[in-house]
Design a protein around this ligand. Structure first.
Ligand code: GLN
Length: 276
């Protein structure tokens, strides 16, 4: 089987051609050490390479496992993060959240950041790596925290991103105050029909009650107790959630703004604590 035929196996199963090509490239790189450079230099693919990739594509399609779980890694903001089905696969949309968070941190010289629902730790690790902050990542899942700890070691930022098991703020002490709280909470309304790949991801990382809004409501309500004067709150948003989250935030936060992603969806929201 040649590489075109392998790509066709994916597209015939309904995977878009661009995504199919990207996945084959990821599999070649990870399992065969065959990179884009080899392709540019015209190094031929061996029968062995093709056989390996064909096998991986077959197991990918057998139960629609996301390619990142097969590889065990996901690319996010210039780094490869370890992922397993215990954590959500980092998404491109979340790069927008982290980029804006870093911009606010740098402009305001912020120091202490709390990442709620840290999962793989991709947000906490990237912020710690790229700014002068210390980031505390919390998650309700011990299995997720194990992955986050592996990622912090991978990135070599051990003391700058730390992790704790906590159901939202439950294990945060009143005297711990942060300059910024950042979160990409589960935000898909319960019962939403999704593509089969998503059934491999942890459902607590995907779905939320109250039409997807429960975690925003809870975090907004408690955040003022854990923020310093002029602290910031920044979230990633699900589709059509901007107005409701803005309404929650406007009670305690000022200058609440949203930003759209490349698809024109209001994807992030942020505001500054009203200090009274
Ligand atoms: N913080 C992690 C991420 O953005 C996990 C988020 C989640 O599980 N909802 O990828």
């Amino acid at each position: 089987m040649n590489i075109q035929a392998i790509i066709k196996m994916l597209t015939d199963s309904g995977i878009e051609e661009r995504e199919a090509k990207k996945e084959v490239k990821m599999l070649l790189e990870h399992f065969c050490n065959y990179t884009e450079k080899d392709e540019i230099l015209g190094h031929p693919l061996t029968e062995e390479h093709l056989k390996i990739v064909e096998g991986k594509v077959k197991s990918r399609l057998a139960d629609r496992t996301p390619v990142q779980y097969i590889i065990g890694e996901a690319y996010f903001m210039g780094e490869f993060f370890k992922v397993t089905p215990d954590v959500l696969i980092p998404r491109t949309e979340t790069e927008l959240l982290v980029t804006k968070g870093i911009e606010i941190i740098k402009e305001n010289n912020l120091k202490d950041v709390l990442d709620i629902g840290t999962g793989s730790g991709c947000i906490a690790c990237t912020i710690a790596k790229r700014t002068n902050t210390t980031v505390l990542g919390v998650d309700i899942s011990s299995d997720a925290l194990r992955i986050a700890l592996d990622n912090v070691t991978r990135l070599g930022i051990n003391n700058r991103a730390v992790f704790r098991k906590s159901d939202l703020f439950s294990k945060i002490r009143e005297e711990e105050k942060f300059d910024m709280i950042i979160s990409n909470p589960p935000y898909i309304p319960m019962g939403t029909e999704l593509e089969p790949e998503l059934s491999h991801e942890p459902s607590i990382a995907l779905f939320a009650e109250e039409n997807g809004l429960q975690l925003y409501r809870k975090i907004v309500q408690d955040a003022p107790n854990y923020l310093k004067e002029n602290g910031w709150l920044i979230f990633e948003l699900g589709i059509n959630e901007a107005d409701s989250v803005k309404a929650f935030m406007s009670e305690y936060f000022t200058d609440v703004q949203t930003e759209k992603d490349l698809a024109g969806i209001e994807r992030i929201i942020y505001g500054k604590l009203i200090y009274s």
